[in-house]
Design a protein around this ligand. Structure first.
Ligand code: PLP
Length: 432
Protein backbone atom coordinates (compact mmCIF):
# COMPACT_ATOMS: atom_id res chain seq x y z
CA UNK A 1 0.00 0.00 0.00
CA UNK A 2 1.10 3.56 -0.64
CA UNK A 3 0.99 5.03 2.83
CA UNK A 4 0.74 8.71 3.62
CA UNK A 5 1.85 10.65 6.68
CA UNK A 6 -1.32 12.61 7.31
CA UNK A 7 -4.43 12.51 9.47
CA UNK A 8 -6.83 12.23 6.54
CA UNK A 9 -5.12 9.07 5.28
CA UNK A 10 -5.27 7.51 8.76
CA UNK A 11 -8.95 8.44 9.02
CA UNK A 12 -9.67 6.70 5.72
CA UNK A 13 -7.98 3.54 6.97
CA UNK A 14 -10.16 3.70 10.07
CA UNK A 15 -13.23 4.07 7.92
CA UNK A 16 -12.37 0.90 6.01
CA UNK A 17 -11.60 -1.02 9.21
CA UNK A 18 -14.11 -3.84 9.54
CA UNK A 19 -13.47 -4.16 13.28
CA UNK A 20 -13.76 -0.46 14.12
CA UNK A 21 -16.99 -1.03 16.07
CA UNK A 22 -15.09 -3.02 18.72
CA UNK A 23 -13.32 0.02 20.19
CA UNK A 24 -16.52 1.17 21.89
CA UNK A 25 -16.57 -2.08 23.83
CA UNK A 26 -13.59 -0.76 25.82
CA UNK A 27 -13.08 2.01 28.33
CA UNK A 28 -10.30 4.25 27.06
CA UNK A 29 -8.11 6.03 29.66
CA UNK A 30 -8.35 9.82 29.52
CA UNK A 31 -5.67 12.44 29.10
CA UNK A 32 -6.63 16.12 29.45
CA UNK A 33 -10.26 15.32 28.76
CA UNK A 34 -9.56 13.27 25.63
CA UNK A 35 -8.96 9.63 24.88
CA UNK A 36 -5.34 8.80 25.60
CA UNK A 37 -3.42 7.00 22.88
CA UNK A 38 -3.02 3.74 24.70
CA UNK A 39 -0.30 1.58 23.16
CA UNK A 40 0.47 -0.52 26.19
CA UNK A 41 -1.77 -3.56 25.75
CA UNK A 42 1.40 -5.67 25.88
CA UNK A 43 1.50 -4.89 29.58
CA UNK A 44 -2.14 -4.40 30.58
CA UNK A 45 -5.05 -4.62 28.17
CA UNK A 46 -7.91 -2.13 28.51
CA UNK A 47 -11.05 -2.74 30.49
CA UNK A 48 -13.98 -4.13 28.51
CA UNK A 49 -17.10 -2.04 29.10
CA UNK A 50 -18.91 -5.29 29.94
CA UNK A 51 -16.43 -6.21 32.71
CA UNK A 52 -18.35 -4.37 35.43
CA UNK A 53 -21.60 -6.13 34.49
CA UNK A 54 -19.98 -9.54 34.47
CA UNK A 55 -18.57 -8.88 37.93
CA UNK A 56 -21.83 -7.44 39.20
CA UNK A 57 -23.67 -10.52 37.95
CA UNK A 58 -21.48 -12.83 40.03
CA UNK A 59 -21.63 -10.54 43.07
CA UNK A 60 -25.40 -10.78 42.74
CA UNK A 61 -25.27 -14.59 42.67
CA UNK A 62 -23.09 -14.52 45.77
CA UNK A 63 -25.54 -12.13 47.41
CA UNK A 64 -28.71 -14.03 46.52
CA UNK A 65 -27.60 -17.65 46.50
CA UNK A 66 -24.35 -17.67 48.47
CA UNK A 67 -23.02 -21.24 48.62
CA UNK A 68 -25.76 -22.52 46.33
CA UNK A 69 -24.16 -20.47 43.58
CA UNK A 70 -21.78 -23.39 43.08
CA UNK A 71 -24.62 -25.60 41.89
CA UNK A 72 -27.53 -23.36 40.88
CA UNK A 73 -28.38 -20.78 38.26
CA UNK A 74 -27.63 -20.44 34.55
CA UNK A 75 -23.89 -20.75 34.99
CA UNK A 76 -23.16 -22.59 38.23
CA UNK A 77 -19.73 -21.73 39.61
CA UNK A 78 -18.76 -25.38 39.72
CA UNK A 79 -18.41 -25.52 35.95
CA UNK A 80 -17.88 -21.81 35.23
CA UNK A 81 -14.19 -22.38 34.44
CA UNK A 82 -15.18 -24.72 31.61
CA UNK A 83 -17.10 -21.99 29.82
CA UNK A 84 -14.03 -19.79 29.96
CA UNK A 85 -11.80 -22.64 28.74
CA UNK A 86 -14.16 -23.27 25.81
CA UNK A 87 -14.04 -19.59 24.80
CA UNK A 88 -10.24 -19.57 25.07
CA UNK A 89 -9.49 -22.82 23.21
CA UNK A 90 -10.00 -21.49 19.65
CA UNK A 91 -7.82 -18.45 20.39
CA UNK A 92 -4.84 -20.68 21.17
CA UNK A 93 -5.74 -23.45 18.72
CA UNK A 94 -6.55 -26.12 21.26
CA UNK A 95 -9.23 -28.70 21.91
CA UNK A 96 -11.52 -27.69 24.77
CA UNK A 97 -10.15 -30.52 26.88
CA UNK A 98 -6.59 -29.22 26.42
CA UNK A 99 -7.23 -25.89 28.18
CA UNK A 100 -7.73 -25.06 31.84
CA UNK A 101 -8.17 -21.59 33.30
CA UNK A 102 -6.58 -21.27 36.73
CA UNK A 103 -4.08 -19.48 38.99
CA UNK A 104 -1.55 -16.93 37.77
CA UNK A 105 1.00 -17.35 35.06
CA UNK A 106 4.23 -18.00 36.94
CA UNK A 107 2.40 -20.34 39.31
CA UNK A 108 1.13 -22.30 36.32
CA UNK A 109 4.58 -22.39 34.78
CA UNK A 110 5.83 -24.01 37.98
CA UNK A 111 2.98 -26.54 38.02
CA UNK A 112 3.63 -27.48 34.41
CA UNK A 113 7.37 -27.77 34.99
CA UNK A 114 6.63 -30.18 37.83
CA UNK A 115 4.91 -32.41 35.28
CA UNK A 116 7.03 -31.85 32.20
CA UNK A 117 10.55 -31.17 33.44
CA UNK A 118 11.65 -34.60 34.53
CA UNK A 119 15.42 -34.49 34.46
CA UNK A 120 17.63 -37.52 34.84
CA UNK A 121 21.44 -37.78 35.06
CA UNK A 122 21.81 -37.75 31.31
CA UNK A 123 18.96 -35.51 30.19
CA UNK A 124 18.54 -32.58 32.51
CA UNK A 125 19.10 -29.42 30.49
CA UNK A 126 16.58 -26.74 29.58
CA UNK A 127 17.06 -24.67 26.45
CA UNK A 128 15.60 -21.15 26.49
CA UNK A 129 15.89 -17.88 24.62
CA UNK A 130 18.44 -15.51 26.17
CA UNK A 131 16.67 -12.58 27.77
CA UNK A 132 13.48 -14.45 28.63
CA UNK A 133 11.03 -12.64 30.90
CA UNK A 134 12.61 -12.46 34.40
CA UNK A 135 9.83 -14.37 36.14
CA UNK A 136 10.37 -17.28 33.74
CA UNK A 137 14.12 -17.17 34.39
CA UNK A 138 13.54 -17.32 38.16
CA UNK A 139 11.00 -20.11 37.81
CA UNK A 140 13.33 -22.22 35.68
CA UNK A 141 16.37 -21.56 37.86
CA UNK A 142 14.52 -22.60 40.97
CA UNK A 143 13.11 -25.73 39.31
CA UNK A 144 16.58 -26.76 38.18
CA UNK A 145 17.92 -26.30 41.72
CA UNK A 146 14.92 -28.14 43.15
CA UNK A 147 16.01 -31.18 41.15
CA UNK A 148 19.57 -30.83 42.44
CA UNK A 149 21.17 -29.41 39.29
CA UNK A 150 23.27 -26.31 38.79
CA UNK A 151 21.50 -23.63 36.73
CA UNK A 152 24.81 -22.51 35.22
CA UNK A 153 25.22 -25.98 33.75
CA UNK A 154 21.60 -26.99 33.19
CA UNK A 155 20.19 -23.87 31.51
CA UNK A 156 21.27 -23.23 27.94
CA UNK A 157 20.40 -19.82 26.52
CA UNK A 158 20.29 -19.15 22.80
CA UNK A 159 21.42 -15.63 21.94
CA UNK A 160 21.12 -13.53 18.81
CA UNK A 161 24.18 -13.35 16.57
CA UNK A 162 26.68 -10.56 17.09
CA UNK A 163 25.09 -7.27 16.03
CA UNK A 164 21.58 -8.76 15.82
CA UNK A 165 18.68 -8.34 18.22
CA UNK A 166 16.47 -11.28 17.40
CA UNK A 167 17.00 -15.00 17.00
CA UNK A 168 17.17 -16.89 13.76
CA UNK A 169 15.07 -20.04 13.73
CA UNK A 170 17.97 -21.97 12.18
CA UNK A 171 20.17 -21.02 15.14
CA UNK A 172 17.53 -22.18 17.64
CA UNK A 173 17.24 -25.50 15.84
CA UNK A 174 21.00 -25.86 15.62
CA UNK A 175 21.30 -25.27 19.37
CA UNK A 176 18.66 -27.92 20.03
CA UNK A 177 20.50 -30.41 17.81
CA UNK A 178 23.83 -29.59 19.38
CA UNK A 179 22.54 -30.45 22.87
CA UNK A 180 20.19 -33.21 21.84
CA UNK A 181 21.57 -35.88 24.15
CA UNK A 182 21.27 -33.75 27.30
CA UNK A 183 18.06 -31.84 26.67
CA UNK A 184 15.05 -32.53 28.85
CA UNK A 185 13.04 -29.48 27.83
CA UNK A 186 12.90 -26.65 25.32
CA UNK A 187 11.07 -23.73 26.93
CA UNK A 188 10.53 -20.59 24.90
CA UNK A 189 8.40 -17.50 25.05
CA UNK A 190 5.84 -17.42 22.23
CA UNK A 191 6.63 -13.77 21.60
CA UNK A 192 9.65 -12.31 23.36
CA UNK A 193 8.50 -9.52 25.66
CA UNK A 194 11.46 -7.27 24.91
CA UNK A 195 11.93 -7.52 21.15
CA UNK A 196 8.41 -8.53 20.15
CA UNK A 197 9.81 -11.46 18.13
CA UNK A 198 7.24 -14.20 17.44
CA UNK A 199 9.14 -17.46 17.37
CA UNK A 200 8.38 -20.29 14.98
CA UNK A 201 6.73 -22.49 17.60
CA UNK A 202 6.02 -25.30 15.18
CA UNK A 203 9.63 -25.56 14.04
CA UNK A 204 10.92 -25.34 17.62
CA UNK A 205 8.49 -28.03 18.76
CA UNK A 206 9.49 -30.33 15.91
CA UNK A 207 13.20 -29.90 16.63
CA UNK A 208 12.66 -30.44 20.36
CA UNK A 209 10.79 -33.68 19.70
CA UNK A 210 13.44 -34.89 17.26
CA UNK A 211 15.96 -34.34 20.03
CA UNK A 212 13.82 -36.38 22.40
CA UNK A 213 12.86 -33.36 24.51
CA UNK A 214 9.59 -31.82 25.61
CA UNK A 215 8.45 -28.50 24.05
CA UNK A 216 6.75 -25.92 26.27
CA UNK A 217 5.92 -22.25 25.74
CA UNK A 218 5.09 -19.18 27.77
CA UNK A 219 2.52 -17.41 25.62
CA UNK A 220 2.01 -14.30 27.77
CA UNK A 221 2.68 -12.01 24.80
CA UNK A 222 1.23 -14.30 22.17
CA UNK A 223 -2.20 -15.36 23.46
CA UNK A 224 -4.84 -13.04 22.03
CA UNK A 225 -2.18 -11.33 19.92
CA UNK A 226 -1.41 -13.87 17.20
CA UNK A 227 -3.27 -17.00 16.07
CA UNK A 228 -1.80 -20.18 17.54
CA UNK A 229 -2.26 -23.85 16.66
CA UNK A 230 -1.01 -25.49 19.82
CA UNK A 231 -2.76 -28.79 19.17
CA UNK A 232 -1.75 -29.12 15.53
CA UNK A 233 1.79 -27.98 16.22
CA UNK A 234 2.06 -30.82 18.72
CA UNK A 235 3.16 -28.50 21.53
CA UNK A 236 3.42 -30.43 24.81
CA UNK A 237 2.38 -27.69 27.21
CA UNK A 238 1.92 -23.93 27.39
CA UNK A 239 0.67 -21.22 29.70
CA UNK A 240 -0.29 -17.56 29.40
CA UNK A 241 -1.77 -14.69 31.34
CA UNK A 242 -5.05 -13.04 30.43
CA UNK A 243 -4.27 -9.47 31.45
CA UNK A 244 -2.15 -8.50 28.44
CA UNK A 245 -3.86 -9.12 25.07
CA UNK A 246 -6.84 -10.84 26.67
CA UNK A 247 -7.89 -7.74 28.63
CA UNK A 248 -8.94 -9.46 31.85
CA UNK A 249 -7.62 -6.95 34.36
CA UNK A 250 -4.49 -6.56 36.51
CA UNK A 251 -3.30 -9.89 37.86
CA UNK A 252 -6.04 -11.61 35.85
CA UNK A 253 -6.37 -15.35 35.70
CA UNK A 254 -3.99 -17.51 33.68
CA UNK A 255 -4.58 -20.36 31.25
CA UNK A 256 -2.75 -23.59 30.56
CA UNK A 257 -2.57 -25.96 27.61
CA UNK A 258 -1.69 -29.62 27.95
CA UNK A 259 -1.68 -31.61 24.72
CA UNK A 260 -4.25 -34.36 24.48
CA UNK A 261 -1.54 -36.98 24.04
CA UNK A 262 -0.50 -36.47 27.68
CA UNK A 263 -3.98 -36.70 29.15
CA UNK A 264 -4.02 -40.43 29.74
CA UNK A 265 -0.55 -40.53 31.22
CA UNK A 266 -1.01 -41.07 34.94
CA UNK A 267 2.75 -41.39 35.41
CA UNK A 268 3.25 -37.65 34.99
CA UNK A 269 4.14 -36.19 38.35
CA UNK A 270 1.92 -33.34 39.42
CA UNK A 271 1.20 -31.17 42.41
CA UNK A 272 -2.43 -31.99 42.94
CA UNK A 273 -5.37 -30.31 44.62
CA UNK A 274 -9.06 -31.07 44.89
CA UNK A 275 -10.13 -28.88 41.95
CA UNK A 276 -8.16 -31.20 39.66
CA UNK A 277 -9.91 -34.28 40.99
CA UNK A 278 -12.16 -36.37 38.71
CA UNK A 279 -15.34 -34.32 38.81
CA UNK A 280 -17.86 -37.10 39.40
CA UNK A 281 -16.02 -38.15 42.53
CA UNK A 282 -14.61 -34.87 43.82
CA UNK A 283 -17.17 -34.45 46.55
CA UNK A 284 -16.82 -37.99 47.86
CA UNK A 285 -13.72 -36.53 49.47
CA UNK A 286 -12.05 -39.93 49.34
CA UNK A 287 -8.33 -40.43 49.94
CA UNK A 288 -6.05 -40.86 46.92
CA UNK A 289 -5.93 -38.39 44.02
CA UNK A 290 -7.67 -39.24 40.75
CA UNK A 291 -7.07 -36.59 38.12
CA UNK A 292 -9.90 -35.19 36.06
CA UNK A 293 -9.59 -35.78 32.33
CA UNK A 294 -7.56 -33.31 30.34
CA UNK A 295 -5.95 -30.05 31.35
CA UNK A 296 -8.55 -29.61 34.10
CA UNK A 297 -6.72 -32.32 35.99
CA UNK A 298 -3.95 -29.76 36.66
CA UNK A 299 -6.30 -27.47 38.57
CA UNK A 300 -5.43 -27.17 42.23
CA UNK A 301 -7.70 -24.73 44.04
CA UNK A 302 -11.28 -23.56 43.98
CA UNK A 303 -11.97 -21.44 40.89
CA UNK A 304 -11.70 -17.67 41.49
CA UNK A 305 -15.09 -16.83 40.01
CA UNK A 306 -14.61 -13.06 39.93
CA UNK A 307 -11.41 -13.39 37.89
CA UNK A 308 -13.06 -15.90 35.59
CA UNK A 309 -15.97 -13.50 35.09
CA UNK A 310 -13.57 -10.74 34.00
CA UNK A 311 -11.86 -13.12 31.61
CA UNK A 312 -15.21 -14.18 30.20
CA UNK A 313 -16.26 -10.56 29.60
CA UNK A 314 -13.19 -10.02 27.49
CA UNK A 315 -13.39 -13.29 25.58
CA UNK A 316 -16.87 -12.34 24.39
CA UNK A 317 -15.26 -9.56 22.38
CA UNK A 318 -13.05 -12.03 20.52
CA UNK A 319 -16.15 -14.05 19.73
CA UNK A 320 -17.94 -10.97 18.38
CA UNK A 321 -14.86 -10.11 16.32
CA UNK A 322 -15.27 -13.46 14.57
CA UNK A 323 -12.30 -15.06 16.33
CA UNK A 324 -8.59 -14.35 16.33
CA UNK A 325 -8.13 -14.46 12.54
CA UNK A 326 -9.90 -11.19 11.64
CA UNK A 327 -8.28 -9.59 14.69
CA UNK A 328 -4.88 -10.63 13.41
CA UNK A 329 -5.68 -9.33 9.92
CA UNK A 330 -6.31 -5.86 11.29
CA UNK A 331 -3.30 -6.17 13.59
CA UNK A 332 -0.96 -6.80 10.66
CA UNK A 333 -2.32 -3.75 8.82
CA UNK A 334 -2.14 -1.53 11.90
CA UNK A 335 1.43 -2.50 12.78
CA UNK A 336 2.57 -2.19 9.16
CA UNK A 337 1.27 1.39 9.01
CA UNK A 338 2.88 2.22 12.35
CA UNK A 339 6.19 0.78 11.18
CA UNK A 340 6.02 2.83 7.99
CA UNK A 341 5.27 6.01 9.96
CA UNK A 342 8.25 5.45 12.26
CA UNK A 343 10.58 4.80 9.33
CA UNK A 344 9.21 7.95 7.75
CA UNK A 345 10.19 9.93 10.84
CA UNK A 346 13.72 8.60 10.38
CA UNK A 347 13.62 9.85 6.77
CA UNK A 348 12.34 13.26 7.84
CA UNK A 349 15.19 13.51 10.32
CA UNK A 350 17.76 12.23 7.87
CA UNK A 351 19.00 9.60 10.31
CA UNK A 352 17.80 6.35 11.88
CA UNK A 353 16.86 7.84 15.23
CA UNK A 354 14.43 5.00 15.83
CA UNK A 355 15.82 1.55 15.28
CA UNK A 356 12.96 -0.94 15.24
CA UNK A 357 14.42 -4.15 16.66
CA UNK A 358 11.20 -6.13 16.20
CA UNK A 359 11.39 -8.35 13.10
CA UNK A 360 10.25 -6.81 9.81
CA UNK A 361 8.50 -10.04 8.75
CA UNK A 362 4.84 -9.88 9.89
CA UNK A 363 4.92 -13.64 10.54
CA UNK A 364 7.74 -13.12 13.02
CA UNK A 365 6.01 -10.53 15.18
CA UNK A 366 2.71 -9.66 16.80
CA UNK A 367 1.45 -6.12 17.28
CA UNK A 368 4.31 -4.82 19.42
CA UNK A 369 7.10 -2.69 18.01
CA UNK A 370 10.21 -2.23 20.13
CA UNK A 371 12.21 0.84 19.22
CA UNK A 372 15.70 1.67 20.29
CA UNK A 373 15.77 5.43 20.45
CA UNK A 374 19.21 6.79 19.61
CA UNK A 375 18.55 10.36 20.71
CA UNK A 376 17.59 11.16 24.32
CA UNK A 377 15.53 8.01 24.64
CA UNK A 378 14.23 8.65 28.12
CA UNK A 379 13.26 12.24 27.29
CA UNK A 380 11.44 11.12 24.16
CA UNK A 381 9.53 8.57 26.20
CA UNK A 382 8.64 11.18 28.84
CA UNK A 383 7.41 13.51 26.11
CA UNK A 384 5.09 10.79 24.84
CA UNK A 385 3.70 10.19 28.31
CA UNK A 386 3.17 13.91 28.92
CA UNK A 387 1.23 14.13 25.68
CA UNK A 388 -1.06 11.22 26.41
CA UNK A 389 0.73 8.53 24.40
CA UNK A 390 1.02 5.57 26.74
CA UNK A 391 3.71 3.06 25.87
CA UNK A 392 6.31 1.43 28.02
CA UNK A 393 9.93 1.83 28.77
CA UNK A 394 12.65 -0.78 29.11
CA UNK A 395 16.16 0.08 30.19
CA UNK A 396 18.41 1.28 28.75
CA UNK A 397 16.82 2.83 25.64
CA UNK A 398 13.88 0.76 24.42
CA UNK A 399 10.33 2.06 23.93
CA UNK A 400 7.70 -0.61 23.40
CA UNK A 401 4.52 0.41 21.60
CA UNK A 402 1.69 -1.97 20.79
CA UNK A 403 -1.25 -1.07 18.60
CA UNK A 404 -3.93 -3.49 19.73
CA UNK A 405 -6.46 -4.24 16.98
CA UNK A 406 -9.43 -4.64 19.33
CA UNK A 407 -9.28 -1.04 20.52
CA UNK A 408 -6.57 0.96 18.73
CA UNK A 409 -7.17 2.89 15.54
CA UNK A 410 -5.04 3.91 12.57
CA UNK A 411 -5.50 7.45 13.85
CA UNK A 412 -3.99 6.35 17.18
CA UNK A 413 -0.81 5.18 15.53
CA UNK A 414 -0.72 8.28 13.33
CA UNK A 415 -1.05 10.53 16.38
CA UNK A 416 1.59 8.53 18.22
CA UNK A 417 3.94 8.97 15.27
CA UNK A 418 3.30 12.73 15.20
CA UNK A 419 4.13 12.82 18.89
CA UNK A 420 7.39 10.91 18.36
CA UNK A 421 8.27 13.31 15.56
CA UNK A 422 7.51 16.38 17.65
CA UNK A 423 9.41 15.00 20.61
CA UNK A 424 12.54 14.71 18.51
CA UNK A 425 12.08 18.16 16.99
CA UNK A 426 11.65 19.82 20.37
CA UNK A 427 14.55 17.96 21.96
CA UNK A 428 16.86 18.69 19.04
CA UNK A 429 15.79 22.33 18.71
CA UNK A 430 16.41 22.98 22.37
CA UNK A 431 19.63 21.05 22.01
CA UNK A 432 18.48 18.93 24.90
C1 PLP B 1 3.87 -10.87 31.74
C2 PLP B 1 4.70 -12.09 31.83
C3 PLP B 1 4.81 -12.83 33.02
C4 PLP B 1 4.13 -12.38 34.28
O1 PLP B 1 3.85 -13.46 35.08
P1 PLP B 1 2.82 -13.30 36.32
O2 PLP B 1 2.96 -14.59 37.03
O3 PLP B 1 1.48 -13.05 35.74
O4 PLP B 1 3.27 -12.14 37.13
C5 PLP B 1 5.57 -13.98 33.00
N1 PLP B 1 6.19 -14.40 31.88
C6 PLP B 1 6.12 -13.71 30.72
C7 PLP B 1 6.82 -14.21 29.50
C8 PLP B 1 5.39 -12.53 30.67
O5 PLP B 1 5.35 -11.82 29.54
Amino acid sequence: MNYEFNAEFARRLDEQDELKYLRKEFLIPQHNGQDAIYLCGNSLGLQPRAAADYLAEQLKVWESKAVEGWFEGDAPWLSYHKQVATLTAPIVGALNSEVAIMNSLTVNLHLLLVSFYKPNKKRYKILMEAGAFPSDQYAVESQVKFHGFDPADAIIEVSPREGEYTLRTEDIILAIEEHKDELALVLFGGINYYTGQFFDLQAITKAAHQAGAIAGFDLAHAAGNVPLQLHNWDVDFACWCSYKYMNSGPGGISGIFVHEKHHGNDKLPRFAGWWGYAEEKRFLMAPGFHAANGAQGWQVSTSPIMLLALNKASLGIFTRAGGIEPVRKKSIALTAYFEWLIKNINLKHGEDVFNIITPVDPDARGCQLSLICRHKAREVFNYLTQHGVIGDWREPDVIRLSAVPLYNTFTDVYNAAVCLYEALNKLKMNNL
